[in-house]
Design a protein around this ligand. Structure first.
Ligand code: SDX
Length: 427
């Protein structure tokens, strides 16, 4: 029978439907596998598992292709804006000018935080990692917006999505201000989404802050590059949290927590710290050998990817953006030369070639963010800020699916089989 996969288990044949998406690998529908065979599949890390159906983002890891609703990331990075890409991810089509203006205006109406939330920051040490603050403050949003947590109501889902997208720049900027001991700045909605964020971060009271257009454009492009990325670890976390019916603010806080890890969104901070540790190009061979040494936990941060077995198309854009920002700010950074040399050496080393390890989105981003003025501790915060639109779009897609169920994986149990309790005096 066409489009069937046959499995022989315990001497019996079982047929399972094979489903084809609009593009990409076919999937074997094993939803009835356990009921029919009494067996589970085993796939720790989900290397061969499609967890859901989605129409948002498509990645071809072998070809280095990334599409958002069909549009290549390179074209969106060159021609679009983060507000436009946000509209596209949420609604499925590029907006008309009126639709974009209305969407941007709606988002700008939600950039302010409830004044009580500002007191949450004062509970943290000044040297708290900004990602710890993001986890806490975003999770706390659900204590302030009881009017938009009925996930069954599309209007509630819409306003909480807009609130999250709009408030992340304010929360992120406040985390930075708190760390440096400067007063918080309120949003200025006469500025663009990204210009507003830059001013809240680097502006000071009673002083006109000038948004540098080239920096605003580079920052906006970096937000586009981080907006969504299929079923990565933090997006899968948001979907799993959302599958229980948790409110969207709690789900996004869960995604932020997962993104923090150095194997995921925390890699941009780790990559710049690695480049600082390497320092000059003459020290690169030592670190390349360490990265190849099975007994050394050191890895080249910003290199490798679960899906991309080719150059991450976002890294390509990121590398060219480094040059634009350096030119605009009339600065340079010797670490960029070290990064370029490290990439050149690694991509010509058989270990990296055979394992198909290429620079990913995190390899160059830290150099740009550092040039703009962000401390490394803010890098993953900026990733979370941008990824919020992807998380809420994926969450909405899941919650809107009438067939969605709570996510509840099974396991291969290897612990003790049943045994009787032994009283303390008998042990
Ligand atoms: C992001 O999923 C997404 O889409 C994530 C993301 C998004 O937008 O959401 O793209 C953002 O998280 C990008 C990745 C950022 N992380 C890093 O840069 C950290 C360094 N990279 C690695 O830790 C690793 O490459 C991962 C975690 C990204 C991917 O790991 P996998 O797919 O589980 O691959 P693996 O660990 O099994 O590695 C395969 C082999 C291993 O060697 P063997 O066991 O086969 O001998 O490659 C080696 C690894 O040791 N390897 C590396 C390496 N990455 C993998 N060796 C040295 N340096 C590296 N960076």
């Amino acid at each position: 029978m066409a489009n069937q996969a046959k499995l022989n288990a315990a001497g019996k044949d079982f047929d399972f439907p094979v489903l084809q998406g609009s593009v990409g690998p076919e999937v074997i529908d094993i939803r009835k596998l356990y009921a029919q065979t009494g067996k589970f599949t085993f796939d720790p890390g989900f290397t061969s598992t499609a967890s859901c159906e989605s129409a948002l983002t498509y990645i071809d890891g072998d070809e280095g292709v990334l599409l958002h609703r069909g549009y290549p990331i390179g074209q969106l990075a060159e021609h679009s804006s983060f507000m436009e890409v946000s509209y596209l991810l949420l609604n499925g089509e590029l907006p008309s000018k009126d639709e974009l203006d209305t969407f941007s205006y709606t988002i700008s109406r939600h950039t302010m935080l409830h004044e009580q939330l500002a007191t949450f920051y004062r509970g943290f040490r000044r040297d708290a990692h900004p990602m710890a603050i993001m986890c806490g403050v975003v999770g706390a949003l659900s204590a302030f917006y009881h009017d938009s947590t009925d996930i069954a109501d599309p209007e509630h889902r819409k306003i909480s999505s807009h609130r999250l997208i709009a408030k992340m720049p304010t929360i992120a900027a406040m985390a930075y201000k708190y760390a440096v001991g400067q007063p918080f700045l309120y949003p200025d909605n006469n500025l663009s989404y990204t210009g507003n964020f830059l001013r809240m971060t680097f502006g000071v009271p009673a002083e006109e802050y000038e948004v540098i257009p080239a920096v605003e454009k580079a920052m906006d492009r970096i937000f586009i590059l981080h907006a969504d990325h299929e079923q990565n670890a933090s997006t899968s976390t948001v979907r799993l949290a959302g599958s229980s019916g948790a409110n969207p603010f709690a789900c996004i806080a869960a995604g932020i927590a997962c993104l923090w890890g150095p194997a995921h969104g925390g890699a941009n901070e780790a990559a710049l710290n690695m480049l600082k540790e390497i320092g000059t190009p003459d020290r690169i061979p030592h670190y390349i050998e360490r990265a190849k040494d099975k007994n050394d936990p050191f890895r080249l941060m910003g290199f490798g990817h679960r899906v991309y077995k080719n150059y991450d198309p976002r890294a390509t854009v990121m590398q060219s953006t480094v040059r634009e920002v350096f030119e605009a700010l009339k600065v340079t950074d010797p670490l960029f030369e070290t990064a370029l040399r490290l990439e050149e050496i690694a991509l010509n080393d058989p270990y990296f070639v055979e394992k198909k390890l290429f620079p990913n989105v995190d390899f160059y981003s830290g150099i740009i963010l550092s040039a703009i003025g962000f401390p490394t501790t803010m890098f993953t915060v900026l990733f979370a800020l941008a990824r919020t639109v992807g998380w809420v779009a994926q969450w909405n897609e899941m919650i809107s699916d009438p067939g969605q169920k709570i996510g509840r994986p099974r396991q291969l149990y290897t612990g003790p089989t049943q045994r009787d309790y032994v009283p303390l005096d008998k042990r």
